[in-house]
Design a protein. Structure first.
Length: 256
């Protein structure tokens, strides 16, 4: 087993990001939406499948699966988790209602769902798995682990978004991604593992993509709910980090 450390984690991160970018350049990603089976496969499924296989191989060789999938110490206070998840699920349901399900062929919908799951697995294992474990292995406090892992979550998405959106929109989405990444960090900390963030991430990505691919409409209130998720996440992370500091201080005082 390779002891968790930030250098190894960053090396895997850079290799993954370079691999995904190379694939997207090779398939000549354009500004189109994944409106049919072929586009969905080329634009989303193929890059994420290769990336997921790379991560699975790397993590298996490092023997990091246990700390990646489970939290040794869950965050507090845990009463915040149901509130955060309820807001996230409500926002996802509104997006799901806006999908024109009848316009999507079963194979097309299946590919979109598979792609969303792959993206959730890959990006969560990478940023809230490998990176978090590596930073903690290098003895960094959570006050550093949270912003660094979340910033790297944002950066790994930027090249893909730069293909599709104007720079101004990319910068706005980077801020939004940081806040959403903070929410996913909290789900991991408070729930005690990586499975819940993977599922939330997959659902969060799936329904807007399915909405666009089916010609659906964004329902009123969706943006408000999403903004509530972002704002609540930023407030909650401050509470969790303060509680972490108090717990660590109390533990050190008992040892002395």
């Amino acid at each position: 087993m390779t002891p968790p450390n930030w250098k190894t984690a960053l090396g895997i991160y850079c290799a993954y990001a370079g691999l995904i970018l190379s694939i997207r350049l090779a398939i000549d990603l354009d500004n189109g939406k994944p409106a049919d089976v072929g586009m969905a496969y080329d634009q989303i499924v193929l890059p994420q499948l290769i990336g997921a296989l790379f991560l699975a191989s790397a993590v298996t060789q490092l023997v990091w699966w246990a700390p990646i999938l489970t939290e040794r110490r869950r965050g507090h206070p845990r009463w915040m988790l149901p509130i955060l998840l309820a807001l996230m699920i409500a926002a996802m349901l509104l997006n799901a209602i806006g999908v024109q399900w009848s316009a999507l062929a079963p194979l097309h919908l299946g590919l979109l769902a598979f792609a969303a799951l792959l993206m959730g697995v890959s990006e969560e294992v990478l940023t809230r798995g490998v990176i978090i474990v590596g930073l903690r292995g290098s003895r960094l406090a959570e006050t550093w682990v949270w912003p660094i892992s979340t910033l790297l979550f944002v950066l790994v998405q930027l090249p893909t978004r730069a293909f599709v959106y104007e720079m101004r929109s990319v910068l706005v989405q980077a801020v939004v991604a940081f806040m959403m990444g903070t929410g996913l960090y909290l789900v991991r900390r408070l729930n005690g593992g990586l499975i819940a963030p993977i599922l939330v991430h997959a659902g969060w990505d799936l329904f807007p993509v399915a909405q666009a691919a089916s010609g659906g409409n964004r329902l009123p209130g969706t943006t408000v709910l999403q903004n509530m998720v972002y704002g609540v996440s930023m407030g909650m992370v401050a509470i969790v980090l303060v509680q972490d500091h108090r717990t660590r201080r109390d533990r050190l005082s008992r040892r002395s």
